[in-house]
Every structure is written in C-alpha cells, then in structure tokens.
Design a protein. Structure first.
Length: 159
C-alpha cells in the first residue's frame, strides 16, 4: 500500500523526518506532500521546501518521494493511488485538530484511511514554528532540523 504524509514542512524538522522514516518502514511507498495551508504564511517557497526535504532524506529511504500538492489532500492521495494519509500527533491539542481533518477526509474519501503516528517524546514540542522562532533569534537549531538544511534555515534569518 502507498501512503502520503501531507504538511507545509516550512521547514522540515527532525520530528517530521522521524515520522517519514517510520512510515517508510510501514508502507510500500510514501509520498511527502508539500501542501498549501491558507492559514499559514510560509518562509520558504514550495521548491525550496521540496529541495530541503529531498536533501534530508537518507539515501537508503528509496521508497519516499517528495511532491508538491494542490487542493485537497484526499484528492492528492487518490491521484497518487494512496490508501492512507499519515499524520503526526504531538499532543492532545494536535489530536483534536487532526480528528476534525481525518473525519472530513473520511467523508470525502471513505476508501482512504488516516493513520496517526505519535511523536517520539524528544519531538513532542517540535514544530516548524518553534524552529523559525529560535532561528529568528539566532539560536541553535542543529538538534531541531536535519543537519543538511540547518545553514539554509539560519541563512533566512541572517539579515
């Protein structure tokens, strides 16, 4: 079965990478879908985010592909032939939001399951927003994002 892992990934974090790694062991193929969220203003362009994710993936993770999605996630999942949508849960507040989205997706695409992966404890606080805030004050983000992209993230705040 194929699965997709949608998100804005602005930027990808070590928590995202952990979810991708775990999903890649569970599914034949995993598509990391860079989706537009009208409620968010992104720091990086879609192409920059795609390149950062691709740089961050270990060479042995050959069943993971990165795509830029459009529109509804459930439609992208269907278009790619995915039977599952992967979502990461860090806290109870994530669950409430994700449950709403999963229920809506169920109504739109009953053939596509949503699978929640619980964040490992060391990533339970980690989000792209936290990374951007720390980087904006020139704090150390090396343990928060893949090392391959740390300088790229820091460079956005160098000015």
């Amino acid at each position: 079965m194929k699965a997709c892992y949608p998100g804005s990934f602005d930027p990808i974090t070590n928590g995202h990478l952990d979810i991708i790694s775990r999903a890649s062991g569970m599914f034949e193929e995993v598509y990391v879908l860079i989706m537009k969220n009208p409620k968010k203003t992104c720091l990086f362009s879609e192409e920059e985010r795609k390149n950062m994710i691709e740089k961050s993936l270990p060479a042995d993770m050959k069943n993971v592909k990165v795509k830029i999605g459009e529109g509804l996630t459930v439609n992208e999942a269907r278009r790619l032939g995915c039977g599952a949508i992967i979502r990461g849960i860090r806290a109870v507040s994530d669950y409430e939001y994700e449950l709403q989205i999963a229920t809506a997706n169920m109504m739109l695409g009953h053939e596509i399951e949503t699978i929640f992966l619980i964040a490992k404890p060391q990533y339970s606080f980690l989000s792209s927003s936290v990374v951007k805030e720390i980087a904006s004050y020139h704090g150390d983000i090396l343990n928060l994002v893949p090392y391959q992209i740390a300088e790229e993230v820091e460079a956005k705040f160098a000015k």
